[in-house]
Design a protein around this ligand. Structure first.
Ligand code: AP5
Length: 259
């Protein structure tokens, strides 16, 4: 979702030959965060709010695939065409395709403004590859935010989600409705339902999360960087909860460094 003044993330969405506009500001201590959690828990909504508070860039692998999907077929690589088939069904895209895409955009991980990785990593193999890459680049992950919500609320969030065709702003039919039905408040674009939010794809996505992504909770817990956040309440409440947890963690780690 794009707010005025928010970097357009061109280098992430289109690939490294594109230049972000505006270029993200360099931070003294950039936040480098992963947002973990089941499909529909609200990671994208939080990434958008966290960007405004922490200034780090929202890097979503799902957004890269969706942007590629909206291009003409002749402009899609064979790997991207295959990825889109997996995505429509709700299955995870194979690690090799995802990793090639992330590696190509690894400049975004070095960005001086920091990052909010949303939807990546999603398997242990992806998490290992990212860990290796960050170690090679001497970059530290600040924390991994693990958003938790009961399953029935997750399913309700996915079923009611609507996205703007133009600016990609995300709404919910009952929880976060637009002022005029089916029309985006921000840009006047038409709202649509994501193909993978149909019940048959949602089932596959939730199963894939349990099987392949939930094990990352333990992976990051072992590394001592997991921060679990209750994803209930309003988006602003959840964002406040997240920022408080992150600031507490940073204060504790600075106090440890001083002692
Ligand atoms: P991706 O785009 O990453 O989707 P996802 O992880 O399934 O997450 P969602 O975007 O569905 O949900 P979200 O948690 O961001 O929730 P949102 O904020 O929109 O991936 C899509 C697909 O791409 C995958 O299935 C896979 O095929 C492929 N893919 C991507 N990355 C991959 C990888 N690394 N490896 C392999 N495959 C990969 O919120 C949901 C709804 O709830 C919205 O309507 C919102 O308005 C509403 N809402 C949000 N917060 C609240 C709140 N606090 N109260 C009430 N409503 C709320």
């Amino acid at each position: 979702m794009f707010a005025p003044g928010k970097p357009d993330r061109a280098a992430w969405i289109q690939g490294p030959s594109a230049r972000c506009n505006p270029l993200p500001e360099r931070a003294q201590e950039p936040w480098r965060l992963i947002l973990l959690g089941a499909p529909g828990v609200g990671k994208g909504t939080q990434a958008d709010l966290l960007h405004k508070r922490l200034n780090a860039c929202h890097l979503s692998t799902g957004d890269v695939f969706r942007a590629a999907g909206s291009r003409a077929e002749c402009d899609q690589s064979p790997a991207m065409k295959a990825a889109l088939q997996y995505m429509r069904r709700g299955d995870l895209v194979p690690d090799s395709i995802v990793w090639e895409m992330v590696l190509e955009r690894s400049g975004c991980l070095r960005c001086g403004g920091g990052f909010l990785l949303d939807g990546f990593p999603r398997t242990l193999a992806q998490a290992e590859s990212l860990k290796q890459l960050m170690e090679n680049q001497r970059l530290d992950l600040t924390a991994v935010l693990n958003y938790r919500l009961p399953l029935n609320e997750i399913v309700a969030r996915l079923g009611g989600r609507r996205t703007c065709q133009g600016c990609k702003a995300v709404y919910h039919l009952t929880e976060l409705p637009p002022k005029v039905a089916d029309i985006c408040d921000r840009c006047g674009g038409k709202l649509f339902q994501r193909e993978d939010d149909r019940p048959e794809s949602v089932k596959v996505r939730l199963e894939a999360y349990e099987k392949s992504t939930a094990p990352l909770i333990e992976f990051y817990q072992r590394l001592g960087i997991l921060v679990t956040i209750a994803a209930s309440g309003s988006p602003e409440e959840i964002c406040d909860r997240t920022v408080t947890a992150l600031e507490d963690r940073r204060k504790r780690s600075s106090a440890r460094d001083r002692s």
